[in-house]
Ligand binder design. Sequence first.
Ligand SMILES: [Zn+2]
Length: 55
Amino acid sequence: MSDDLYDRYLAAGRRVTDHQQNCPVCRAEQRCEAGDRLWKLFSRLQDAYLKDRKR
Ligand SMILES: [Zn+2]
C-alpha cells in the first residue's frame, strides 16, 4: 500500500468537506462546477486507494 496515495485520498476528502462547508450551492446538496471537480478527484483517489488495499 502506498502511504502517499492514502495521504492524497485523505487530503482530497478534506478539500471536498471544506468546500461543501463554504459553498452554498453544495450545501444545498447540489454540486457546483468546482465542487464537482473536487468530488471527481476524490472518488478517483478513493477507487485507487481501495483497489490498492485489496492487493
Ligand atoms: Zn460548491
